[in-house]
Design a protein around this ligand. Structure first.
Ligand code: TYD
Length: 197
């Protein structure tokens, strides 16, 4: 595997603002004429579509089925997007990766640490840096209420607290914690300084 110096992942609970921030970061890099792609998981592929049906409540899935689908979707994501772009030296700005699976799918059946091990066994490339948009589950809930939209799986307080705690157990050493209450402009500057490309 070529070097993963240009592979950056954004993580956070629902409502933390990581999608907005990661897109702004990708735009800033593009404005500097850098070769960059913005990518997200779940993907828009066949497994990703099924996952989205589950997230919106149209179908139900057991934890085991969720895990299987996220792994299948990730395998596709790595082979079709991540690995080829790493190979080309393109900067990858990615919204969610296997840290999300560990944070969201962990519970009684399987621990967050075990889910990380399952993903590591697949030899998925490891990002150069993970940016974690830090916000309390209560504040994130307020933001979700204000932005409207449909209720999704994992929306309840219990789930969001559990997800936050799981993240704290598994985020890797190269994680940079960002205070999500800062303005998007300040957050973009902070990330751009860390990325140093
Ligand atoms: P999405 O609509 O992309 O929302 P967001 O902008 O908050 O990321 O939905 C992603 C949802 O999928 C989010 O609730 C987290 C969940 N998810 C998992 O449960 N496991 C995973 O492995 C991934 C990548 C996402």
């Amino acid at each position: 595997m070529a070097n993963t110096n240009y592979f950056f992942v954004f993580e956070g609970i629902d409502g933390s603002g990581k999608t907005t921030l990661s897109k702004l970061v990708a735009e800033s890099l593009k404005a500097q004429n850098k070769d960059v792609i913005w990518h997200r998981e779940p993907t828009d592929g066949v497994h990703g579509k099924k996952i989205r049906s589950f997230l919106s409540g149209r179908i139900s899935l057991t934890v085991k089925e969720q895990l299987e689908l996220f792994l299948l979707d990730r395998t596709e994501s790595v082979t079709q997007i991540i690995a080829p772009n790493i190979e080309k030296g393109t900067i990858i700005i990615q919204d969610r990766y296997y840290y999300s699976t560990a944070a969201y799918q962990a519970g009684k059946e399987i621990s967050a640490e075990e889910i990380i091990r399952l993903n590591e066994k697949e030899n998925f490339p490891q990002p150069k840096q993970v940016f974690f948009l830090d916000i309390t589950p209560e504040e994130a809930k307020e933001r979700r209420k204000n932005r409207g939209g449909n209720t999704e799986a994992f929306d309840d307080d219990y789930a969001q607290n559990r997800i936050y705690e799981n993240y704290m157990k598994i985020l890797p050493k190269n994680t940079i914690f960002l205070d999500a209450s800062h303005s998007p402009e300040d957050l973009v500057s902070a990330v751009m300084e860390c990325i140093e490309i």
